[in-house]
Write a protein that binds this ligand. Structure first.
Ligand SMILES: [Zn+2]
Length: 264
């Protein structure tokens, strides 16, 4: 399935999906930019459930994440995970997506605006999350300058290695020891400081910090390699989601995931 041409197409495709049973399409006004933030809610089909937050397109120039989230919905992949309650934001930065820019139309990086006053988009997202609860989050990104996958798992997610292994079966994982002055170990960013220290020191919070503070320490930020073909990057994104969702599903079903299962 193709990369959406613009935010209107994202809206049209999500609206079409919203007509399907079991799927609740919601929209939240972003009055400052005259657009709506789209959200798809899919209540779990099973008794036991884990609540998942999945967002894409916080940066407008990272199309594989947005395309993969749409494809996830359109291929009804949710049906593989009846124990999961999904809350999905297909595109958090509508103007940036249309312009193909990392920032929003005002030139602000939304992913540095989840503390304090914020940007119109981060405010709308935060408002929409009031009263919600999540067990796990995925904030889907790409890195335009890279030729191998890596990811942030800022609280040392025990599942991160399994996600990297699953993505590595589809496309290349970076072998670099350092990206953007961050140490990388086996495709995972190895933060010099603990997350609480980083959150204390920084005011320019990414969405991940907001999720950690308000919802769950468990989650990750996949970064697919923007130098590779879009189709491959989309498949790598989907592999990352599927790996985490499989583990979350097992957890929801009360089946313990053996530690070190990445070594099989
Ligand atoms: Zn990004």
């Amino acid at each position: 399935m193709a990369k959406p041409a613009d935010y209107n197409e994202i809206k049209a495709r999500v609206t079409w999906l919203g007509a399907a049973a079991g799927l609740d399409l919601q929209s939240f006004p972003v009055p400052e930019i005259g657009l709506e933030l789209l959200r798809v809610r899919i209540p779990s089909a099973g008794a036991a459930s884990r609540r998942l937050f999945l967002a894409a397109g916080v940066h407008g120039d990272e199309p594989a994440a947005v395309t993969a989230v749409l494809q996830f919905l359109e291929e009804r992949r949710r049906e593989q995970y009846p124990g999961i309650d999904f809350t999905i934001y297909p595109c958090v930065n509508p103007d940036g997506f249309d312009a193909g820019t990392r920032e929003n139309a005002a030139g602000d990086d939304i992913n540095r605006s989840f503390h304090g006053e914020g940007t119109p988009e981060s405010r709308a997202l935060r408002r929409s999350l009031e009263g919600n609860r999540f067990d796990y989050w995925i904030d889907a990104h790409e890195d335009y300058a890279e030729d191998g996958y890596y990811m942030f798992a800022p609280t040392d997610s025990e599942w991160a290695a399994d996600v990297v292994a699953a993505v590595g079966k589809v496309g290349p994982v970076t072998a670099k020891p350092e990206i953007d002055e961050m140490k990388i170990v086996a495709g995972i960013v190895d933060h010099e400081k603990d997350v609480p220290d980083m959150m204390e020191e920084r005011q320019d919070w990414p969405l991940a910090f907001y999720m950690i503070k308000n919802f769950s320490k468990r989650g990750f930020t996949p970064e697919t390699p923007g130098l590779l073909d879009l189709d491959l990057r989309v498949r790598m994104q989907l592999a990352a989601y599927d790996a985490a969702l499989s583990m979350l599903s097992q957890e929801a079903a009360g089946v313990a995931t053996p530690s070190g299962s990445a070594a099989d």
